[in-house]
Design a binder for this molecule. Structure first.
Ligand SMILES: [Zn+2]
Ligand SMILES: [Zn+2]
Length: 444
């Protein structure tokens, strides 16, 4: 009896070790082909709303692995944009429904990495300008990682049960792709998930590591245009005008007090005026000036308070300038350029992070700091109703991270023309981490 118990105990501890060995071996077998796929995707980036070939490639790969794949999901306000969303479903008996998301799009950046597989793609953007195109945010890492994870999970079907949904989301950089897919019936045409998970590569964490943050991990993003209206006229005759350039300058300075004087220092928030346009000539006082703002917050109530302050301050400046009621500034929310905060469900985070730690070594899984950057992944959680997690995947050569820490010289960031993830160790870690995450949530 004693020997039987000892044998059973030995067996129960040996099973995860065997599973781990087999996952390592499985990733070893695939890694060369994944790196080839990555380099191919890297050299062929497509802009947001135009992910035609990328989505078709992902769809074909997942279909070949036995997933039931639907393409062309996504409805935008603009009729000339097509939805290039991909949904791949693998049903494996009763059990939880888990959604894993990758984004598909690249950026209007001309690549300067000098890599042999660097992108040389040039295209016209939506306003007709010639632009270079680059996967400068590493969404090609995410797509390749999904293909690798899809392969692992198709082969490991005896270890999990439920419905696995792999989602290829277009237009993340313009933060309207997740909503476009929801508007096209993502959760009515396909099973609604119990959990949603995603990863994003990190430009300051070494390859081989994963970082995470429980709770609010990324901020909401709100885009606002302010049209400051004046009364134009001759530059030599200010007394006959109401100058919107001076008002715009006052508004920009007054907006600085929202964060410094009205907001609690314990509630992170940012108000940035990123663009100001007005006037045509030195001696003309124009009729209007347009400001473009981005607002970042974690909490919804903070976002609402900032928007109220923005209204009050812009109106206040216009009133002080003596403008009539019908020339008050217009504050316009740009609805298709908004994203909610990314909230990592703490319980889900703890569970998944522990599983990733068991797979890649707990020393390689590190709690990081939250960011004020934004993502539209949060839309898929339907206002935190579906527990969600996005974790970060280290993508930089360890020696470069070390050198940057020593010298204090920052590494090329995401969206930089010099951002160059180290493909092999990044994908090796990413595939293992995402496979472990899904197996944890769907294990038998
Ligand atoms: Zn990006
Ligand atoms: Zn990104």
């Amino acid at each position: 009896m004693k020997t039987l118990l000892a044998f059973l105990f030995a067996l129960s501890t040996a099973i995860p070790a065997i599973a781990q060995q087999s996952l390592d071996a499985m990733v070893d077998r695939e890694i060369a082909s994944l790196v080839t796929t990555y380099k191919m995707l890297h050299a062929a980036p497509e802009l947001s709303h135009h992910e035609e070939k990328t989505s078709a490639f992902l769809a074909a790969q997942l279909r070949a692995l036995g997933y039931t794949v639907t393409e062309h999901i996504g409805k935008y306000d603009r009729s000339d944009w097509q939805g290039f969303g991909v949904v791949a479903v693998l049903k494996n008996g009763d059990g939880p429904t888990v959604l894993v998301r990758t984004d598909l799009d690249a950026l209007p950046v001309e690549e300067k990495t000098g890599l042999p597989y660097a992108s040389t793609v040039k295209t016209k953007n939506d306003v007709g300008q010639d632009v270079g195109v680059m996967h400068a945010c590493g969404h090609d890492i995410h797509i390749t990682n999904m293909i690798g994870t899809a392969k692992m999970l198709a082969q490991l079907k005896d270890q999990w049960h439920g419905t696995l949904i792999l989602l290829g989301q277009p237009a993340e950089e313009t933060i309207d792709g997740a909503n476009a897919m929801l508007a096209d019936g993502l959760y009515t045409r396909f099973p609604k998930p119990d959990f949603t998970i995603a990863l994003h590569d990190s430009s300051d964490v070494e390859a081989g590591k994963v970082t995470y943050y429980p709770g609010y991990a990324m901020a909401s993003s709100t885009s606002v245009d302010v049209i400051v209206r004046g009364v134009g006229g001759h530059g030599s005759k200010p007394e006959a005008t109401k100058d919107p350039i001076v008002m715009a300058a006052q508004i920009i300075m007054a907006l600085q007090t929202i964060i410094s004087r009205e907001n609690s220092p314990l509630d992170p928030a940012v108000v940035t005026v990123g663009s100001i346009h007005g006037g045509t000539k030195r001696n003309i006082i124009p009729d209007e000036v347009v400001l473009q703002l981005t607002i970042r917050t974690y909490k919804e109530e903070v976002r609402q308070r900032i928007l109220t302050s923005l209204d009050r301050i812009t109106r206040g400046v216009a009133m002080a300038a003596g403008l009539p009621d019908n020339r008050m500034p217009i504050v316009k929310l740009i609805n298709n350029e908004m994203a909610p905060a990314t909230y990592n469900d703490p319980q889900l985070t703890e569970r998944v992070v522990a599983a990733i730690g068991r797979t890649i070594g707990s020393d390689n899984v590190i709690k990081a700091s939250p960011l004020m950057g934004s993502e539209d992944f949060g839309n898929l959680s339907l206002d935190h109703k579906i527990p969600s997690l996005m974790f970060w995947l280290g993508a930089v050569e360890p020696a470069k991270v070390e050198a940057s820490r020593k010298s204090g010289k920052p590494l090329p960031s995401l969206h930089s023309s010099l951002f160059a993830p180290l493909p092999e160790p990044t994908l090796r870690t990413g595939v293992k981490a995402m496979t472990a995450a899904v197996l944890e949530l769907m294990k038998k």
